[in-house]
Design a protein around this ligand. Structure first.
Ligand code: ZN
Length: 263
């Protein structure tokens, strides 16, 4: 059976470490590199429920997209059972569960988060958007589509609970995508001649200004825009290590619900 170190190496073959943004924290973040692994759980995030699921299924390794510790939004100064993060980390360590996290290196990777998102939205000829970090992709639809119709398609294609959208109401054909919080690349999408940008975590002011800028914005949610990469991680691990049992977390889903007036 492969060790955590060997699995990490093959994951870095898919998404090289040097692709990560400098503030990021990727690779094996928890556990013993020499631990032999037979079962792997794949999840977008390592939540308490995902940790419980791994323990219940005898998975000694969790492979996630978002780092479980020490990145931009999750600094670790202590590991104490009376904090939510400390409680989670202690649970993983006490149960001998290792963690490998592939974050912005997987966003930029060929076949990574953004290629999976472009594929899920059935974009034709997806390629780099030309944003400074190299994260986003762009592609086209076979025929122009009204914005509301495309928003409904995005919602269905990503299995989202809802999407928020606004903008210039231009017909949708040339589409930029950025999985997760890629709102800062709106200007790159416009510079590339895209009429529509699909991403998540957009602000009120971005929506407000979209019409004047002449771009359609669709916020399809952080989880729905990134989750498609989990299937790619599972395929990659299964190809690399046919003896491994690799499953996707059943407990980690979109947490955001939408109430829509009048529906
Ligand atoms: Zn993300």
């Amino acid at each position: 059976m492969p060790t955590v170190r060997e699995i990490e190496q093959r994951l870095f073959a898919l998404a090289p470490r040097d692709g990560a943004i400098e503030w990021d924290n990727v690779g094996q973040l928890l556990g013993d590199p020499e631990q032999e692994i037979s079962r792997v759980l794949v999840a977008l995030d390592i939540t308490e429920a995902v940790a419980d699921e791994a323990i219940a299924q005898g998975c000694k390794l969790i492979v996630s997209h978002h780092p479980v510790m020490n990145c931009k939004w999750l600094p670790v100064q202590s590991v104490r059972s009376d904090t939510p993060q400390g409680h989670l980390l202690l649970k993983l360590l006490r149960n001998g569960v290792s963690a490998i996290c592939m974050h912005t290196n997987l966003d930029v990777a060929k076949g990574g988060v953004n290629d999976c998102l472009a594929e899920a939205l059935e974009l034709i000829d997806p390629g780099p958007l030309g944003d400074p970090e190299g994260l986003c992709r762009m592609g086209t639809l076979p025929a122009p589509m009204p914005l509301a119709e495309f928003a409904a398609f995005v919602c269905r294609a990503l299995g989202a609970n809802g999407v928020r959208y606004a903008g210039a109401n231009r017909p949708v054909q040339r589409v930029a995508v950025g999985g997760g919080a890629c709102g800062e690349y709106e200007a790159a999408a416009m510079a590339a001649g895209c009429d529509t940008f699909v991403t998540s975590d957009l602000s009120y002011h971005q929506f407000l200004d979209a019409e004047g800028k002449g771009i359609n914005l669709i916020d399809a949610g952080h989880f729905p825009t990134e989750d498609p990469v989990c299937a790619r991680l599972i395929t990659h691990l299964t190809e690399q290590f046919p003896e491994l049992s690799v499953t996707k977390s059943a407990s980690h889903r979109e947490v955001i619900q939408y109430y829509v007036k009048g529906v």
